[in-house]
Design a protein around this ligand. Structure first.
Ligand code: ATP
Ligand code: MG
Length: 430
């Protein structure tokens, strides 16, 4: 026997059954995907699917060289033919906007798009943090807001409501203003942080000059007090930015969406301006952020497109589903409706034909394979979770009939092939 090969660390298999250290199942995941498809449709967002590999430069330019994501977490390698540097995508926005610019989609007017798929970050794996994880995200491109900022939030809230977890999520919001406002704040912040240079760790000291705002994003508890007293960007916002923020909040208030203002919220990626937000939970330990997003009005131009405003969000599907599994109401069902059994000469083929008729009428049918005793087959039928069993043994075969059993109610009947569909339908409706 050859040696077993294991999956790459931090990357999960999604199976029909729960695993000891990864409780999500493929049926549950699929139910979520269907919910997302319905929800985005209700808001008239259209799907975009982009490649999982992109040129490394795309992420460097959009996410920012100084971020953890680009600086430490990307899977990057040289393409063997032309030495081009490629990276597995660590998030979806950069690829989405690259595609929008490349195909000139905004020429047709503003776009509302959504995406879903695997992302890759080389982080320390733990519950709710993986090296291949999945995001669902949406982007509204070409809208100034703040009405669209509120629509994006409302769509999230709608999804949480449908998944039964709205009460377990908290919405935090902030405004990062525009470039000039951030520059003025930055100068004040650098001056302030320079006073604490001895206390800063190596990362923060480097960022002090490259990206001081991100020093405040530190997860080091020892630096918390220093961060709390630092100059706040929100106090540097000009009239226009303040109006945008006030407008955004007025929409949320009007829609009855509850939020907390968090002036320290800066988000992990460099491209944000004006509105930023996070949905967090206290139910997942350290992995508290389920969904994050905001405006990135400069990014389309940065990627070579005609300047256009943009806002979006991304949520971590694993984290969200761990929460839904424990507190929500998503129903997963991959059980067959009918387990079909047979015994004797010619029965297997005839059963396949009946199963075909049933499937064409919309029933999900598991057909027993092989020739075990009917008793053994009945055990399998029980274990399959199917509500109905269909039995085709020699008696039935000889008389052109089938036996049906309602496993939930215990009732049983032998009916002609013509009565098969109507009997099942009647029993189902009982
Ligand atoms: P965190 O602070 O938890 O590292 P982040 O700010 O890096 O999150 P974003 O880049 O905003 O995360 O990605 C949006 C969402 O994707 C996160 O809120 C989270 O739910 C999910 N996510 C990010 N990284 C991972 C990961 N390694 N494993 C699982 N989910 C992740
Ligand atoms: Mg991160």
């Amino acid at each position: 026997m050859g040696q077993k090969i294991q999956a790459v660390k931090g990357m999960n298999d999604l199976l029909p059954v729960e695993q000891r250290d990864f409780k999500l199942t493929s049926a549950f995941w699929q139910a979520f995907e269907e919910t997302v498809a319905r929800c985005t449709k209700r808001y008239a967002y259209q799907q975009i699917r982009t490649p999982i590999l992109e040129q490394t430069g795309l992420f460097v330019r959009s996410i920012g060289e100084e971020t953890d994501v680009v600086g430490k977490e990307m899977y990057t390698f040289a393409d063997s033919n032309d030495k081009l540097s490629l990276s597995l995508r660590p998030e979806g926005t950069a690829s989405c906007l690259r595609a929008v610019v490349e195909h000139n989609l905004l020429y047709n007017g503003p776009q509302k798009l959504w995406y879903m798929g695997p992302m890759f970050r080389r982080e320390r794996p733990q519950k709710g943090r993986y090296r291949q994880f999945h995001q669902f995200g949406a982007e509204a491109l070409g809208f100034e807001g703040p009405d669209i900022d509120a629509e994006i939030i409302a769509m999230c809230a709608d999804l949480w409501r449908e998944l039964g977890i709205l009460e377990h999520l908290t919405l935090e919001i902030n405004s990062l203003g525009n470039k000039e406002e951030r520059a003025a704040h930055r100068a004040a912040l650098v001056e302030y942080l320079t006073g604490f240079v001895d206390q800063l760790d190596e990362d923060s000291r480097r960022r002090l000059h490259t990206n001081p705002l991100r020093v405040l994003d530190t997860k080091n508890p020892a630096l918390q007090q220093m961060c709390d007293a630092a100059p706040r960007l929100i106090d540097y916002l000009g009239e226009e930015s303040r109006a945008h923020y006030a407008g955004f909040k007025a929409f949320l208030d009007g829609l009855g969406i509850v939020y907390t203002e968090n002036p320290r919220l800066v988000r992990g990626l460099d491209y944000y301006n004006l509105t930023v937000f996070e949905w967090t939970t206290d139910k997942l330990g350290a992995q508290a952020t389920v969904c994050g997003g905001g405006r990135y009005n400069g990014l389309i131009e940065e990627l070579g497109g005609k300047p256009a405003p943009a806002i979006g969000f991304a949520l971590g599907i694993e984290r969200l589903l761990l929460l839904v599994q424990e507190y929500g109401c998503l129903k997963a069902d991959d059980k067959p409706d009918i387990y079909a059994m047979q015994q004797g000469e010619g029965a297997a083929l005839q059963l396949m034909k009946y199963a075909g008729l049933l499937r064409a009428a919309g029933w999900n049918v598991a057909q027993h394979a092989g020739s075990q005793s009917l008793k053994a087959q009945m055990k399998k039928a029980d274990a399959s979770g199917a509500r109905f069993a269909l039995i085709l043994a020699q008696d039935e075969l000889a008389t052109g009939r089938v036996t049906l059993k309602d496993m939930a109610k215990g009732q049983q009947a032998t009916v002609s092939a013509d009565e098969l569909l109507t009997t099942l339908q009647q029993w189902k409706n009982q």
